[in-house]
Design a protein around this ligand. Sequence first.
Ligand SMILES: NC(=O)c1ccc[n+]([C@@H]2O[C@H](COP(=O)([O-])OP(=O)(O)OC[C@H]3O[C@@H](n4cnc5c(N)ncnc54)[C@H](OP(=O)(O)O)[C@@H]3O)[C@@H](O)[C@H]2O)c1
Length: 260
Amino acid sequence: MQNPASTAEVTIVTGSSRGIGLAIAKALATAGHRLVLVARDDTRLQALAADFTSQGHAAIAVAADLRDENAATHIVAAAERAFGPVTAVVNNAGTAPADKVENTTPAMLRETFDLHVGAPLALARACIPAMKRAGRGCLLQLASTAGLRGYPFTSAYTAAKHGMVGLSRALHAELSPAGIQVYAVCPGFVDSDITRGAAAAIAARGKTTADQAFARMAAQNRIGRMHLPGEVADATARLLRERPTGCVYELDRTEPAFVD
Ligand SMILES: NC(=O)c1ccc[n+]([C@@H]2O[C@H](COP(=O)([O-])OP(=O)(O)OC[C@H]3O[C@@H](n4cnc5c(N)ncnc54)[C@H](OP(=O)(O)O)[C@@H]3O)[C@@H](O)[C@H]2O)c1
């Protein structure tokens, strides 16, 4: 009989210290994945890894700033030391700079691309050799409907999320023949620190309340309400478990579905 530990997934979840990433980490821990938790806040991450471990799950914390081009090799080396080859990566870490286009600087654009496109590409480069040897693997990007359509006051974010979806399509075309599945999961607005912070920033301009700003964001979702982090986590866990053949999975629909 095979040792179950030797068949368990070894999964990097970036941005897993809070919000959607933490919900994904919890769903994957329950599904038996050995977790590599990544974010910048080392103290918070170490406490979370200890929580997971105390509940009988396998988890390590690797603090890193994913905009740093050396972060991916450092994370993958730590994962391999702890658990062996990485079998899945969930690229969830993200920030959502919001401003009018006149205030969107080249530095903002570069930083947003480094995090949403550069980091997933670097982690793919570091993990693909072992995945190819195994003939199996999964790279999943937490993209957004901002990767499929345009939103005002988010030109750097919307461009980077389109880049993330484009990267996913290219990796899917190149790697699925090698048994590596690549997904871009696209929710609309999700109730998390990012949206709560954006609502507070809008309210600070004095023309509306944070609750009204939050409600207006929710109304932009085709489903007519905020997505919940748990719903995004459930969809992510299902894709990792079932490994369907599509690539871009849109959640902001009455029936979530692959759009290509
Ligand atoms: N919230 C939404 O409405 C929404 C909708 C669609 C898609 N998304 C996408 O979903 C993902 C998660 O969003 P969220 O709402 O859960 O955000 P969140 O609550 O703000 O969490 C972001 C996570 O990313 C980490 N992070 C940020 N910058 C990082 C960096 N440079 N290096 C490493 N880790 C970094 C943060 O930890 P540290 O600060 O400790 O680094 C945190 O764990 C993002 O990619 C976002 O674009 C969000």
